[in-house]
Design a protein around this ligand. Structure first.
Ligand code: GLV
Ligand code: MN
Ligand code: MN
Length: 423
């Protein structure tokens, strides 16, 4: 092997962009975004595309019981744990072309570049495609990476239903059937290191004219549901004093939460979903079910905010009853310093402007960081817009992010020490 060869020199900008745009046609929306929710027909079609790419590159495909996909480029020593990279291909219903899918497309591009370079690595490289990161159809998300890392059990996930009553267990067989040639793999197979390339989904890199964000960790989140229960009654005849109007009570709770929880610029408080029953104009509503998503980098402070949220909801219980419960909670995580430094080193060597940053959005990398050294590579997205059909990024930035990824993957692929969690 020519020691001076760098995998980053073999990354192909056009090839990467073509794959990115092709994947975006699966679930494309009229406004230029993507609706490719987990286990939907569109997502299953996209899985077949990944399988085609894998076959073209001569990779070996694996699938596990929750539908995570893995595509493996064999190393010189197949007994060593692989270096893994990837993300997710599911999207929000009004999602963009890049969230998640960039990490998957970049992973394929890096493997193709390394193959073309002729660089041989001790360790195998794997593309990972995690199921249902977004959690818009089946909540909460991160199912694939949580199952793989043993954070949540398959038994907890299979009964989760979408709004039409279809469960994960109902929807999964069609996805598994779409990749019949993939060998079954068990959860938790050792991973030497994990890297996830992703758009930043925020405005910092663009504003500072940096191309790569070297991610140091991911902020914590609490996800909750609140159910306000009143009583259906006639809109015209029911005296005001006798009404148990769930919308009216919910409106008061929502107003108080926004006023009292959104207390500092670091707190991110969102009510993104509200289901009203029966949701017709002339009936007083009997139920409002709504979601709460609270994030803060300080885990203790975040927990206090979650407790305060529960207290506010219950204190405002009056004519209507109020229930509040948590569906997911995670504290801030901090990535392995050696991994962060490896990403920085690759940025320096490729002369790509970078800065360190903490991720405000959630990612599958969180779960992988519980089982192996992990890092993330962010690239800018236009005006920081994401979870929106207008999400956009430049071909050049995608390319530069993949170049950094290629060099870090190469370095890790030749690491012959064992990490403490490898065997
Ligand atoms: C992930 O998509 C998140 O909501 O942070
Ligand atoms: Mn994502
Ligand atoms: Mn997302």
């Amino acid at each position: 092997m020519d020691d001076n060869k760098r995998a980053s020199d073999f990354v192909d900008e056009d090839r990467l962009w073509r794959r990115q745009m092709y994947l975006a046609t699966f679930g494309e929306t009229p406004k230029g975004g993507v609706n490719r929710q987990a286990l939907s027909a569109e997502e299953i079609d996209a899985r077949k595309v990944l399988m085609d790419w894998s076959n073209e590159l001569g990779l070996t495909a694996f699938v596990d019981d929750i539908g995570n996909l893995f595509f493996r480029h064999e190393g010189l020593d197949p007994t060593l744990a692989p270096v893994m990279t990837g993300s997710h291909i599911d999207s929000q219903p009004t999602g963009g072309k890049f969230d998640g899918s960039y990490g998957v497309v970049a992973a394929f591009e890096v493997i193709e570049a390394i193959k073309e370079s002729g660089i041989e690595l001790e360790r195998s490289l794997e593309v990972a495609v995690w199921l249902n990161e977004e959690g818009s159809r089946f909540a909460p998300g991160m199912m694939g990476s949580e199952a793989y890392a043993g954070v949540r059990s398959l038994q907890d996930m299979l009964p989760v239903r979408d709004k039409d009553g279809i469960s994960v267990a109902d929807a999964l067989p069609a996805a598994l059937a779409a990749t019949p040639d993939a060998t079954r793999r068990k959860f938790g197979d050792p991973v030497y290191a994990f890297l996830e390339a992703h758009i930043e989904q925020g405005p910092i890199l663009e504003a500072e004219e940096k191309v790569v964000g070297v991610v140091t960790g991911i902020q914590g989140v609490r996800r909750m549901r609140v159910r306000v229960t009143g009583e259906e009654a006639h809109a015209g005849t029911t005296p005001t004093a006798e009404r148990k109007d769930a919308i009216q009570s919910a409106a008061e709770i929502v107003t108080q939460l926004y006023a009292q929880i959104n207390d500092d610029p670091e707190t991110k408080f969102t009510i993104g979903m509200m289901d009203i029953t029966p949701n017709v104009p002339s009936v007083i509503s009997s139920e409002v079910l709504f979601s709460i998503d609270i994030r803060h980098p300080d885990s203790d402070y975040l927990e206090r905010l979650a407790n305060k949220t529960e207290t506010i909801c219950i204190a405002l219980q009056d004519i209507c009853t109020v229930e509040v419960w948590r569906i997911a909670e995670s504290d801030s995580v901090f990535f392995d310093e050696n991994m962060t430094e490896a990403v920085e080193e690759a940025c320096v060597n490729t002369q790509i402007p970078y800065r360190r940053m903490f991720s405000a959005a959630g990612h599958d990398a969180r779960q992988l960081s519980y089982m192996c050294p992990t890092a993330m590579i962010f690239i800018p997205c236009e005006k920081g817009i994401s979870h929106n059909e207008a999400e956009n990024a430049t071909s050049r930035d995608l390319y530069d992010g993949a170049r950094v990824l290629a060099d870090v993957m190469t370095k890790l692929g030749n690491a012959t020490d064992t990490n403490s969690k490898e065997s």
